[in-house]
Ligand binder design. Structure first.
Ligand code: GLV
Ligand code: MG
Length: 333
C-alpha cells in the first residue's frame, strides 16, 4: 500500500507507515447523480455546469471517438478552467491502461486544468497495480503543475470479470481512491452476458441478474471507506424504468448512480436521498437513545413499538449523515 508524507520539496511518497487520506475537498461530497459529459462536445461541455448533478465527469473514454481523443483533452482543460462548476465534484475520465492514451490524458489534463479538478476516473480497472500506476503518475504531474501533493482523487470503475475478482485489492490500492463504480455495459460484455443494452432490467431473468456484483463491489468499497456508485442506465428516455431499476442499488446502500442526461440526474438526486420522514425519524432515534443511555443508564430502550440499541444508533447516524450531505435539515418538532 502506498503511504504518504507531505514535506515540501521532498519526495511525497514515503515508505513509512502513515496512511493519510488524500484529496479532501471532494471525498465526502454527495454523488447521488454523476453526470457523464462527452469531452469532445463543446455543446455538452458548456451545458454540464448548468445541471443539478452532484458530480460531473468530463469523458475522454468511451463517449469520445478514437480520432477525437487527443483534441478532446484541450477542450476538457478549457471547460474546467473557464466555466463555473460551483461546488460539484469535478472529474475527468481518462482512457484505460490498455490503450495508447492514458498517460497523455493525465499529463495534459491534470497538468493544465488547475486546482478545480478534483479527481481522475480510471475505467476498466483489472488490478491494484493499475491504480498504483495512476497514483504514481499523478504524484509527478501534481509536482510539476504546482498542485498540492495528493490533491487529485481517483474513482475506479469495475467493468470486467478480472476487475471484480480483484475488487478487494483494487479498493485498498491507494489513499487517493474516493469511489468504486460498477460499469454494467462493459461488464456484461466482459462476462459474455447475452444482452444488447447495459444496465437495464432483464424481465426474463428470475431475480436481479447483477445482485452478486452489486453486493460484491459494495462490500469491497465499504470495507475501504469508499463511496460506492452504480453505473449508467442506457434507456435515457425511460425515467420511470430508471427509477425502478435504481432501487436495486439504492436499497443496498449505494451512494449514487451515473446520469446520462440532466433529467436522469433529477430523478437520481431524489432517489438516493433519504426522505424527510426517514431523516426526522433517524434524529428521533438518536435523541431517544441518547436520553436512554446518558440519563437513564439503559443500553436498550423502547422507541414506539420497537426496541432500539447501539446498532440502531449506528443505522440512524448513516441516515443523518447522508441526509445532511443531501442538504436536509430536521423538521421543527
Ligand atoms: C460504463 O462505463 C459501463 O461500461 O457501463
Ligand atoms: Mg464502461
Amino acid at each position: 500500500m502506498l503511504v504518504y508524507g507531505c514535506e515540501a520539496g521532498r519526495d511525497s511518497r514515503d515508505a513509512g507507515n502513515r496512511l493519510t487520506r488524500m484529496s479532501q475537498r471532494s471525498r465526502n461530497l454527495p454523488r447521488r447523480s454523476c453526470l457523464s459529459t462527452p469531452g469532445s462536445s463543446d455543446r455538452f461541455l458548456a451545458k454540464a455546469p448548468t445541471t443539478v448533478a452532484d458530480m460531473t465527469f468530463l469523458d475522454l473514454e468511451d463517449s469520445v471517438a478514437p480520432n477525437e481523443k487527443v483534441a478532446a483533452r484541450a477542450k476538457v482543460v478549457q471547460a474546467i478552467r473557464s466555466q463555473d462548476w460551483g461546488e460539484r465534484v469535478l472529474c475527468v475520465r481518462v482512457n484505460a491502461w490498455d490503450t495508447a492514451w492514458t498517460y497523455g490524458d493525465v499529463i495534459e489534463v491534470v497538468g493544465n486544468a488547475g486546482e478545480r479538478l478534483d479527481e481522475v476516473m480510471l475505467p476498466k480497472v483489472q488490478s491494484a497495480a493499475e491504480v498504483v500506476a495512476l497514483d504514481l503518475l499523478l504524484s509527478q504531474v501534481e509536482r510539476n503543475a504546482g498542485l498540492p501533493a495528493g490533491h487529485i482523487g481517483i474513482e475506479a470503475q469495475i467493468e470486467t470479470a478480472r476487475g471484480l475478482i480483484n475488487v478487494d485489492e483494487i479498493c485498498a490500492a491507494s489513499p487517493r481512491l474516493e469511489t468504486i463504480i460498477f460499469g454494467p455495459a462493459d461488464f456484461a460484455a466482459s462476462i459474455e452476458m447475452p444482452v444488447l443494452t447495459g444496465g437495464v432490467a432483464i424481465p426474463e431473468y428470475p431475480g436481479d441478474h447483477f445482485n452478486y456484483v452489486f453486493s460484491r463491489i459494495l462490500m469491497a468499497g465499504r470495507a475501504n471507506g469508499l463511496q460506492v456508485i452504480d453505473g449508467p442506465f442506457l434507456k435515457v428516455r425511460e425515467l420511470d424504468a430508471l427509477r425502478e431499476f435504481a432501487q436495486r442499488t439504492r436499497l443496498l446502500g449505494y451512494d449514487g448512480k451515473w446520469a446520462l442526461t440532466p433529467d436522469q440526474a433529477l430523478v437520481l438526486n431524489e432517489l438516493y436521498s433519504p426522505t424527510q420522514e426517514q431523516f426526522d425519524r433517524a434524529w428521533d432515534i438518536l435523541e431517544a437513545y441518547r436520553v436512554a443511555t446518558e440519563e437513564n443508564h439503559a443500553g436498550a430502550v423502547m422507541f414506539g413499538d420497537e426496541m432500539i440499541d447501539e446498532a440502531s444508533r449506528k443505522m440512524a447516524l448513516k441516515f443523518v449523515s447522508r441526509g445532511e450531505r443531501a442538504g436536509l435539515s430536521r423538521s421543527a418538532t
